[in-house]
Design a protein around this ligand. Structure first.
Ligand code: NDP
Length: 302
């Protein structure tokens, strides 16, 4: 029987995950099909019930369901519990286990960008949504000592900081109001800047002005495209990466959870590149604007 894995989101029209996972199943010789399920929030409980069936290896969960799915499943891993968000489901009989593979995906991407040996201990994070939770928890786990979170709506960043309270007790984790001058002064004290907002996903906008970016910075944008932020940062002499490595490694971790096999990373990376060349810029299927490649390489594969 052909096994099934589904991506449950809203929308999921053009999925990078689909291309990457299907290529991996084929490479490893697993008879499985990766399906896209566009389900509005009201249809989520029924979708989750269906995934309990024997024909499913598991599922991916994406925007806007990563947090909403938590009370619908039976068991959470430590990362899912800590972030309060689930992006991967596995089955134990009819019981569902929730994982958050965005956390290890982010940590691998950061390691590749910066180099584990010279990992700084302070970071500025823009955004306070689901992606940001995985980033901040990844930074906590990577022993960062100071993480400052800026968000358009400050209360959301404050709520996130409170949420992490105990896991961040050993370090300084703070929410600050979104003012350019404050971001600039925090950037001067750090080497790592992570954009976990969706600014730049559907248009050529940037969350921060080019003038405050410096050559010392490592800039990671979770968006899978050469955003204006990354182009500005590269022009300032900073080291940059887009969200592709994080997407690849969260997908690789999910593949291993479903199949018990090591993920064929090269094949998955090639499938991702091909899907991106076709203009897909979001795992969630939003048709983002394909940003012109003006800098000769994303700088992602550090
Ligand atoms: P959420 O919807 O949970 O959060 C969106 C974030 O973007 C919030 O912080 C929101 O701020 C901010 N934002 C949205 N519009 C604006 C704006 N105009 N100005 C300033 N801030 C804005 O989304 P996610 O956290 O899940 O995703 C965020 C981005 O990260 C997306 O582009 C997504 O594709 C990417 N991502 C990539 C992953 C990867 O594997 N590479 C994994 C997860 C996400 P506010 O709270 O004030 O509304």
């Amino acid at each position: 029987m052909t096994k099934r894995v589904v991506l449950i989101g809203h929308p999921v029209a053009h999925s990078l995950s689909g291309a990457m996972q299907q290529a991996a199943f084929e490479k490893v010789g697993i008879d499985a099909r990766y399906e896209l399920w566009d389900r509005a929030p009201i249809a989520l409980p029924d979708a989750i019930e269906e995934v309990r069936g024997d024909d499913f290896l598991g599922a991916n969960v994406t925007i806007p369901h990563k947090e909403r799915v938590v009370p619908l499943i039976d068991k959470l891993t430590e990362e899912a519990q800590a972030t309060g968000a689930v992006n991967t489901l596995t089955r134990e009989g009819r019981r569902l286990v929730g994982h958050n593979t965005d956390v290890p995906g982010f940590v691998v991407a950061l390691d590749k960008l910066v180099g584990r040996q010279k990992m700084p201990r302070a970071a500025v994070v823009l955004g306070a949504g689901g992606g940001s939770r995985a980033v901040v928890y990844g930074l906590i786990r990577a022993s960062f000592q100071r993480v400052i979170v800026f968000n358009r709506h400050l209360h959301r960043a404050e709520a996130m900081v409170r949420h992490f309270g105990r896991s961040a007790a050993h370090m300084e984790l703070r929410a600050m109001p979104w003012h350019e001058s404050i971001i600039e002064s925090e950037l001067a004290k750090t080497k790592v800047l992570v954009n976990a907002t969706s600014t730049g996903l559907t248009g050529d906008e940037t969350p921060v002005p080019a003038e405050i970016l410096t050559p010392e910075l490592f800039v990671l944008d979770l968006i899978y495209a050469k955003t204006r932020l990354l182009r500005d940062a590269a022009a300032a002499g900073a080291t940059t990466a887009d969200g592709e490595l994080m997407l690849l490694h969260q997908g690789a971790a999910a593949f291993t959870l479903w199949t018990g096999q090591p993920a064929p990373l090269d094949v998955m990376a090639a499938a991702l590149k091909q899907a991106r060349a076709g203009g897909v810029t979001s795992a969630e299927g939003e048709g983002g604007v394909a940003v012109a490649d003006t800098s000769g390489g994303a700088g992602a594969d550090a």
